[in-house]
Design a protein around this ligand. Structure first.
Ligand SMILES: Cc1ncc(COP(=O)(O)O)c(C=O)c1O
Length: 449
């Protein structure tokens, strides 16, 4: 059982909503408010700090959206488990070895599939043939060679209308969110909606970049566009992360025409197994939809390579924010990726990886006990096994007992959602040899729940 927090906060009388949120974030990051702990009631904290209760409620709602707290109807508010662990500062003297023997963590490709030989050959070609100018600082938007190559690739593979002049290369989607958060702020947009549920880390990055984060529910047809009231929204329309549903055509059209700036996170669009490819939402309204892609699933998250295709009006603010972020992926890696794509090696690798992940998904689904039917389409590197909220609550302890690293839908929620929980099985994460035993461990854990 977790306890309740020692309510100590670094707090000076006279502070307001912003200071309170900052103090609570610091208490969670420093480990004074620990994952799972019940936090003080809004009434008690408001009284102790001399604030209006509505102010404290607002701060709790914001921190839940950022992934620091878990709120639930009728349940006490707690420090979030997965989010808080991810956000906590590393402890000095922390263990270097992995905390789990098995992993089925969502959001990760099999690191053993990385095409080392092809990457090496592409690097060699780049080093032999690239002009000396490539070793300077280069264009702040990223290598023109990569932007031109990606523009053709995204057009043919995902139906994106990608003019290289409107593209920027960034250090993955995470960096893109930091840059976009700032750029949107610079043009007066300070609130960004995220799907509920969605990846906690991304919500935290948007919040750290100055955006107020709010949740919009997801149902079987994707984001509930009619509930969207923010000027900007981040969505995963091809394969909702984590629930795995595809956004229905009418909702895609409604979202593209909603007037909001839409960030289309196309994180695993290459991995659709049922041959029903859904093209990018961006093509429906390139002046409102930002297309975001990343090499993290197709190749490796270690590359830190991602790209944005921008509406014309956002190019200058985004390039300015990108320059001010002080980070840029190495030009040599950008050129190597461009070479891999134009030589056909990237397509061959994606086809091989698609076959591997599709096989894993099929084997996993076949191994599930009858009665457990995964939610969502046949695609990507993860699936959700629906569980009641009560069963889901037992997953973190059971997983720890089995030395299995795995996530739950509840850990990615902002509000209470539709009340259906589940376990998110990242079948892409283990190296090939560890996939079958990891599934065995998962089944043993599910039997014990
Ligand atoms: C939903 C989603 N979008 C995007 C990404 C890629 O993020 P990045 O490019 O920062 O590695 C991931 C990876 O975990 C993801 O799960």
């Amino acid at each position: 059982m977790s306890g309740s927090v020692d309510a100590h906060l670094d707090w000076s009388p006279g502070g307001g909503r912003y200071e309170l949120a900052k103090a609570i974030r610091a208490a969670i990051r420093d480990g004074r408010w620990r994952p799972g702990d019940v936090v003080p009631s809004t009434r008690a904290l408001a009284r102790d700090l001399g604030l209006a209760r509505g102010t404290v409620t607002k701060v709790y709602t914001d921190l839940a959206a950022e992934g620091y707290l878990r709120t639930g109807q009728g349940a006490p508010t707690r420090v979030a488990t997965a989010g808080a662990e991810a956000l906590a500062a590393p402890r000095p003297g922390g263990r270097a070895e992995p905390a789990h023997r098995w992993t089925l963590m969502p959001g990760r490709p099999d690191p053993s599939l990385f095409p080392r030989e092809q990457w090496l050959a592409a690097t060699r070609r780049v080093l032999q043939h690239t002009p000396t100018e490539s070793f300077g600082y280069g264009d702040p938007r990223g290598s023109l060679v990569l932007r031109t190559t990606l523009s053709a690739y995204l057009g043919r593979s995902r139906g994106v209308l990608a003019d290289p002049a409107r593209m920027v290369i960034c250090a993955g989607f995470s960096h893109a969110l930091t840059v976009l958060g700032r750029a949107l702020g610079d043009i007066g947009i300070t609130e960004t909606a995220f799907e509920d549920p969605s990846v906690v880390r991304f919500r935290s990055l948007a919040a750290a970049a100055g955006q107020r984060v709010v949740g919009v529910p997801v149902d079987g047809l994707g984001l509930r566009v009619s509930s969207l009231a923010s000027p900007a929204v981040v969505v995963t329309p091809a394969h909702q992360s984590p629930l795995g549903v595809t956004m229905a055509p009418a909702r895609r059209t409604a979202l593209a025409r909603s007037g909001a700036v839409v960030v289309e996170d196309d994180y695993d669009g290459e991995f659709r197994f049922d041959r029903q490819q859904v093209g990018a939402l961006q093509a429906l309204n390139p002046e409102k939809v930002i297309y975001a892609g990343s090499a993290s699933k197709t190749l490796s998250p270690s590359l830190r390579l991602g790209w944005l295709v921008l509406p014309r009006s956002l190019v200058d603010p985004v390039v300015a924010a990108l320059s001010l972020s002080g980070a840029r992926p190495p030009t040599l890696d950008q050129l190597t990726l461009a070479d891999l794509i134009s030589s056909g090696g990237y397509d061959r690798h994606v086809r091989r990886a698609r076959l591997e992940y599709r096989g894993r998904r099929d084997r996993l689904v076949a191994a599930l006990p009858s009665g457990l039917t995964p939610r969502g389409i046949s695609a990507g590197l993860h699936l959700v096994i629906p569980l009641s909220a009560a069963v889901e609550a037992a997953v973190p302890v059971a997983a720890r007992r089995h030395s299995l690293e795995i996530a739950t839908v509840g850990s990615q929620r902002i509000g209470v959602g539709d009340g259906v929980g589940g376990v998110i099985v990242g079948y892409g994460a283990p190296p090939k040899h560890a996939f079958a035993p990891a599934v065995e461990v998962l089944l043993a854990m599910l039997r014990g729940l």
